[in-house]
Design a protein around this ligand. Structure first.
Ligand code: ZN
Length: 388
């Protein structure tokens, strides 16, 4: 089996594999609930070399044809008053369990060809009483269940090799690590945006679907509708979605003076802060109308205006099918898609679109995440998409 594996590596060439690993590991991580202390780790990937530093809870994974022969684990932000460190040992194929090593030291044989079969990790000193360390490995194409605090992860003595490692530190007694909201800048991404809500009975359906599919969206809310759906806004924020401003009462920017825009948008933002604890930096011009004067007001308020590249016209036809067809026939990397979370037909469409777009390889991200991956945004500027 190892012979054929080697042949695969020879055939593909390490340069190609090396390029592949670098791009697939270049991810931006967003942590909703990160403890102050975390791990980072490296695996030595056979035929390729050491992986880049992998941040807590992310996958260190060998591409096809490679596997892990050695690993290093380190801690960041260790509380100064706490003794102890992170310790780990590996089971090397044919050699069995190796000695425990600590913080940043190598476990395994980077220069060797023998794969790891299993690992154990533990915290020592005061740290062991305050945190749990969780870890899992990729073996035979499947990630094992989480093991923790010195338990064995991986099956030993069965000729199975470790192809990936993932690890995370959690405060003592906390829940097992959740999937990180991981954004890969080189993969296609789009921003679904929903205007005119919140309307709990519709918005919650969209949030359910986003949650089930690991996606996020941006909600441009009408300020006066926010207090009646505060719990929905809270949930939006907790799920990593972006809250945006769509004026307090759905008024056109072009119908307001500088002072009126300040007071209207300010009031809307305040309702959003009160409900969700987050201050919006993006606004969507009502009806899509703006002019030079209103943009200069937005600039002085530190806000950007977000338009769209796909208009579903969901408010007009109220047909889930038309919304779905419009999106699926036009969608491309960097799109901002306009919908309205006040119609059940839009929720019907979202429940189909969210899994379908995800299955087509699109990362469903917020407008700010999309912008940050593609050069960022400036206040007072209008954005309607972020194509590559
Ligand atoms: Zn609107």
């Amino acid at each position: 089996m190892r012979v054929s594996l080697k042949a695969v590596i020879m055939g593909l060439g390490t340069v190609v594999l090396a390029a592949g690993i670098v791009s697939s590991l270049a991810a931006v991580k967003v942590y909703a609930d990160r403890p102050e202390m975390t791990t980072y780790y490296n695996g030595f990937l056979y035929g390729l070399g050491w992986s880049p530093d992998i941040e807590d809870n992310n996958r260190c994974e060998a591409p096809a044809g490679s596997y892990v022969t050695s690993m290093k684990v380190s801690l960041t932000n260790q509380p100064e008053h706490m003794t102890g460190t992170i310790a780990y040992q590996v089971n090397v194929s044919g050699l069995g369990w190796q000695d425990w090593v600590e913080n940043g030291m190598e476990a395994g044989e980077a220069q060797g060809e023998l794969p790891l079969e299993a690992i154990r990790v533990k915290l020592t000193g005061d740290l062991a009483g305050a945190y749990d360390v969780y870890y899992r490995v990729l073996q035979s194409g499947v990630w094992t269940q989480w093991s923790k605090n010195e338990e064995t992860a991986g099956v030993e003595d069965q000729g199975l090799r470790i192809d990936g490692i993932r690890m995370s530190i959690v405060k003592k007694g906390g829940e097992v690590p959740q999937e990180p909201k991981e954004l890969v800048p080189t993969r296609p991404m789009i921003a679904l945006t929903f205007d005119d809500g919140p309307r709990a009975s519709v918005t919650e359906r969209i949030l359910n679907s986003l949650e089930e599919n690991g996606g996020r969206a941006t909600f441009f809310m009408v300020g006066n509708r926010v207090p009646g759906a505060a719990a929905t806004v809270k949930r939006m924020v907790a799920g990593g979605n972006e809250v945006g401003n769509h004026t307090y009462d759905h008024k056109y920017l072009t119908d307001m003076s500088d002072a009126e825009i300040r007071s209207n948008l300010g009031r809307a933002s305040q309702t959003i802060v009160n409900a969700g604890g987050v201050f919006p930096t993006l606004m969507r011009p009502t009806g899509g109308y703006y002019h030079t004067a209103s943009l200069s007001t937005l600039r002085s308020m530190g806000m950007s205006a977000v338009m769209w590249s796909i208009d579903t016209l969901d408010w007009k036809h109220r047909s889930a099918k038309k919304t779905i067809d419009t999106v699926l026939s036009q969608v491309k990397d960097g799109d901002i898609i306009l919908m309205h979370d006040i119609y059940h037909t839009t929720a019907d469409a979202a429940e189909i679109l969210i899994p379908e777009l995800t299955a087509r390889g699109y990362q469903l991200v917020t407008v700010s995440e999309l912008a940050n991956a593609r050069g960022g945004m400036k206040p007072g500027v209008v954005y309607s998409g972020f194509g590559p």
